[in-house]
Design a protein around this ligand. Structure first.
Ligand code: SF4
Ligand code: SF4
Length: 441
């Protein structure tokens, strides 16, 4: 694509980066076919190619964002299916991240939208605040129907619908410290405790620590780590995202300096995509660029790491039919497609892949709150495809997808690590029904 930026504009490294990306796009439109919002809405401006044109026009003309571009960029899930499809290697992720930061800087959103976004950014990345908000949500649940009738309050209704009926207690295993591996040492890793996942399902990380230590891996919970920054990054709040990235880079660098690390384990693929991008996000910060690149290189999804170990034979082979839902951040963001399915199959599960597996379930961070109507359409389409597999369990590796799909599907939606842990001698995951076991034994 021809671009027309002035040399003064290109002196801004963010614009220079976006210009490089824009020049790679050859307008072929292959990406439109796999874009969930184009498939759902049928509007070119809700396709990757359409958004790329809008972003180009805004940046080239040095214009503040307007209502039209905000509408279409807000509808983008950042699922990155377009990056998997694109034959020209267009880095849509970095382009849309730049556009979102530009929108945040230059566009005056309506008051309620501003307040909703500020509230999400204030609450979600902080486990204590999030837990308190979920308790409050119980009081608001009876008003969901009323809020749904008022367009400006739809995000509030969506939040209340997604809030779980019960909130698990915080896990003591998430406190800073070292969980020593058993037997012959296989490695030393840090684990990201994270934010929303540690509140919604702390058992995911507990199970990960339990399995890894049984396999002989030391697991460090480093003091000082926090939210990866993805939630605010996707809202265009660059400074907040970079502050989270720096905090984690500092925490993990101290751990590396105190005994080395083979990997930084991430159990929510949405976080993994962002942490693997820290090297890029902090490239312009001389105090952090090198450390951030080192952290990104060490970041591994738990299935990526397990696939690199020489695993023993499973203790039990459940034989259960599992529909594997590959989160967008797993398959498009991190290009991890093989390992989770192979691990599940090796552990004795019968793995089925739902049709249209490339399409997002509609969760996408805060998307299911801020764009609840499109999100619900994508969720229902995903659930239809999952139910058609005939599976009795859904496995996936991202808490956002678990919450989203579980809100509409008739079978348990379980993190992949819990199923693997079960096969390797851990307890049966909560929600797995006895009929699954009948197939097993
Ligand atoms: S990130 Fe997803 S929703 Fe956004 S343009 Fe690409 S394919 Fe479409
Ligand atoms: S597939 Fe790639 S090159 Fe083609 S229009 Fe989409 S982004 Fe541009």
């Amino acid at each position: 694509m021809q671009t027309n930026f002035s040399s003064a504009q290109l002196a801004d490294p963010h614009v220079a980066e976006s210009e490089k990306i824009l020049r790679k796009c050859v307008h072929c439109g292959f990406c439109t076919a796999t874009c969930p919002t184009y498939v759902t809405l049928g509007n070119e401006l809700d396709s990757p190619r359409g958004r790329i044109y809008l972003i180009k026009d805004m940046l080239e003309n040095g214009r503040p964002a307007d209502k039209e571009i905000v509408t279409h960029i807000d509808r983008c899930l950042s699922c990155l299916a377009c990056m998997t499809t694109c034959p020209s290697g267009v880095n849509y992720m970095h382009l849309v991240d730049h556009a979102r930061a530009h929108i945040q800087e230059t566009y005056d959103r309506p008051l309620l939208d501003r307040l909703t976004r500020a509230m999400l950014a204030f609450v979600l990345p902080y486990p204590r605040r999030f837990r308190a908000a979920l308790r409050l949500a119980k009081l608001g649940k009876p008003f969901i129907g009323l809020f749904e009738k008022l367009p400006a309050l739809k995000p509030l209704a969506a939040m209340l619908k997604l809030a779980p009926a019960s909130i698990p207690a915080a896990s003591p295993m998430a406190s800073p410290g070292v969980h020593a591996g058993q037997g012959a040492k296989k490695g030393r890793v840090a684990i990201l405790t994270g934010c929303a996942q540690s509140v919604l399902d702390p058992a995911i990380n507990d199970t990960t620590i339990s399995l890894l230590t049984r396999l002989g891996v030391d697991v460090v919970v480093p003091p000082g780590e926090g939210c990866c920054g993805a939630l605010v990054h996707h809202m265009g709040r660059e400074e907040a995202a970079l502050a989270s990235a720096r905090q984690n880079v500092d925490a993990w660098t101290r751990t590396i300096d105190q005994g080395g690390l083979d990997a930084i384990i991430i159990t929510a693929s949405g976080c993994g995509t962002t942490i693997k991008d820290y090297g890029f996000m902090l490239r312009l910060d001389p105090a952090y660029a090198e450390k951030a690149a080192r952290v990104s290189a060490l970041a591994k999804d738990i299935t990526e790491y397990l696939a690199s170990l020489d695993l023993p034979e499973p203790v039990r082979k459940p034989g259960t039919i599992v529909a594997y839902h590959s989160a967008c951040s797993m398959q498009h963001g991190q290009k991890i497609t093989r390992q989770p399915k192979e691990l599940l199959a090796k552990a004795g599960f019968i793995v089925r892949e739902p049709r249209e597996g490339h399409l997002c379930c509609g969760s996408a961070g805060t998307y299911n709150i801020l764009q609840s109507e499109i999100s619900a359409k994508l969720r229902d389409r995903k659930v239809r495809n999952i139910e058609a597999t005939g599976a009795s369990i859904v496995a996936t590796g991202n808490i956002g997808c678990i919450t989203q799909i579980a809100s509409a599907v008739s079978m348990p939606v379980i993190h992949t690590i819990k199923l693997l842990d079960w096969a390797y001698g851990g307890p049966k995951p909560e929600g797995v029904r006895d009929e699954s076991l009948i197939a097993a034994e």
